[in-house]
Write a protein of this length. Structure first.
Length: 315
């Protein structure tokens, strides 16, 4: 379902120091500045860097309708928006008539890469989605094990269940893990009308990172998420741990191999997707060992966190 294409890094040298003009030409140059200031501003706005993003909806569970398995129901591919979209999750002027509420703060300088959740540390962020349906406390046991290894992960919890067990979100953050919004009931966001979409995001776990179900969010979803204070956070490595073969869940070895065999581009500044209900948590010790053997480190746990995840990530 992931179908990743190549993920390119942003070009370098955007802020190179400019040479100062010779004094003899300074007057002539200054005479032109006033006339050209508006044009230069317009060009700068139009040339905002964009990171090419993979096409196709991603992630999910084995019991999803057919469109979830590698195909969108329509609209822009996951990870891509309409004209002018930079993938930064910030509301634009002239939005689409959603309920009035304060706009999200301006994005920091540079382009936010939603596939990497703003990770520029060189390290790998491990993420766990959904909910451990038959064993809610599994979340905090996983969190404790990761903390003991000095690892910070991100948990994207379904709001409906997190609201029933508020102590789990508190404990995870106390353990030093980020907890994000995975919507309220895990509905396909692009299929919802504006009011449903608003409620599905607003009623989810409080914070500032949103992982849309199936990784699917177009321009409308990103704009409303930004209005509510959220950035979209997807992934670079999909373990497909939710898949079943002849009724059997994907094995620990297969899940482990999906990370071990991923490309260097997917690992450096990467984000790994797994689920709380699958065998992914059991594969985590081997996944971490493999990454370290290959020269990669995972995000470090520096103690308790708040509901706000920093950008760039504090890995």
């Amino acid at each position: 379902m992931s179908g990743y294409g190549e993920v390119f890094r942003r070009g370098r040298g955007r802020h190179r120091r400019r040479r100062r003009a010779p004094l003899k030409t300074a007057a002539a140059v200054s005479a032109l500045v006033t006339c050209s200031a508006f044009a230069v501003h317009a060009v700068d706005e139009d040339q905002e860097d964009c990171v090419p993003l993979p096409a196709g909806a991603k992630g999910g569970r084995g019991d999803l309708p057919a469109w979830c398995h590698g195909h969108r129901a329509g609209g822009a591919p996951a990870g891509k928006g309409g004209p002018g979209d930079t993938g930064d999750g910030v509301a634009r002027d002239g939005d689409s008539g959603h309920r009035d509420r304060p706009a999200a703060p301006p994005a920091p300088e540079g382009v936010y890469d939603r596939e990497r959740c703003g990770n520029t540390s060189g390290r790998v962020l491990l993420t766990l989605d959904d909910w451990p349906y038959n064993d809610p406390e599994r979340s905090v046991r996983i969190g404790a094990q990761l903390k003991a290894q000095g690892i910070r992960a991100a948990f994207f919890l379904i709001g409906k269940f997190a609201a029933q067990y508020p102590q789990i979100t508190r404990q995870l953050r106390q353990q030093g893990h980020w907890v994000g919004n995975h919507s309220y009931t895990h509905r396909h966001l692009p299929s919802l009308d504006d009011d449903e979409l608003h409620d599905e995001i607003r009623n989810g776990v409080a914070g500032n990172l949103l992982r849309p179900p199936y990784g699917d969010a177009g321009e409308r979803e990103r704009e409303l998420a930004a209005e509510l204070g959220f950035r979209i956070c997807n992934w670079t490595i999909d373990t497909h741990d939710w898949e079943k073969t002849q009724g059997h869940a994907r094995s620990v070895d297969d899940i482990r191999a999906s990370v071990r065999d991923a490309t260097p581009e997917e690992k450096r500044n990467g984000v790994v997707l797994g689920h709380l209900f699958s065998n992914f948590p059991d594969a985590l010790p081997d996944i971490v060992s493999d990454l370290q053997a290959q020269g990669y480190q995972v995000c470090r746990n520096n103690g308790p966190v708040t509901e706000k995840v920093p950008y760039p990530l504090d890995c």
